[in-house]
Design a protein around this ligand. Structure first.
Ligand SMILES: [Zn+2]
Length: 166
């Protein structure tokens, strides 16, 4: 397994739209193993999207059990071709991003989502989740469309914060 390097803002790959995964093979499984290794190599990191590690594929990796504070969670989620079917209960939440290491921001996210995705074998599943896990999934899916939290804030002077390093 390999820890892959993280592409950081303003790397142009972060602004591109990723392609749907259509081939579910050993090379996909190898990439997923490396991505999970990469996620696990960053302390408190709860999510990663394939374009952040240089692959314009519609795959996101979420594991909010790794957050500094405990939240109800479903452990590691590998979501291939994720598609949000329903969103409700919007709130303003603070979020960070491995690709924008020096800032966090206040962003509006749905606290309840229903999504469809494919698993590593290509089987379609439907999944319902809420709160921090729902929020993290929306952040990662935005990466697949070339959207960063910097694109979602309306007022940088009140919604953008310099990150405190631990
Ligand atoms: Zn991010």
């Amino acid at each position: 397994m390999t820890v892959l390097s993280i592409h950081e803002f303003p790397d142009p790959i972060l602004k591109q739209v990723s392609e749907k995964v259509t081939v579910f093979d050993l090379s996909l499984e190898g990439f997923i193993r490396d991505a999970v290794e990469t996620l696990n190599s960053h302390k408190y990191c709860v999510g990663l999207a394939a374009p952040q590690i240089g692959q314009l594929k519609r795959i996101v990796f979420i594991d909010i059990s790794r957050a500094r504070k405990p939240h109800p969670n479903n452990g590691l989620l590998v979501l291939i071709n994720p598609l949000i079917l329903e969103k409700s209960n919007y709130k303003i939440v603070r979020e960070g991003c491995l690709s924008i290491p020096d800032f966090t921001a206040n962003v509006k996210r749905a606290m309840n989502i229903t999504l469809a995705y494919q698993d590593i074998k290509g089987e379609t599943k439907v999944f319902v989740t809420q709160d921090f896990e729902a929020h993290a999934i929306q952040h990662e899916i935005d990466h697949l469309d070339g959207v960063l939290f910097l694109d979602k804030i309306t007022n940088p002077s009140s919604d953008l914060f310099r990150r405190v390093r631990y």
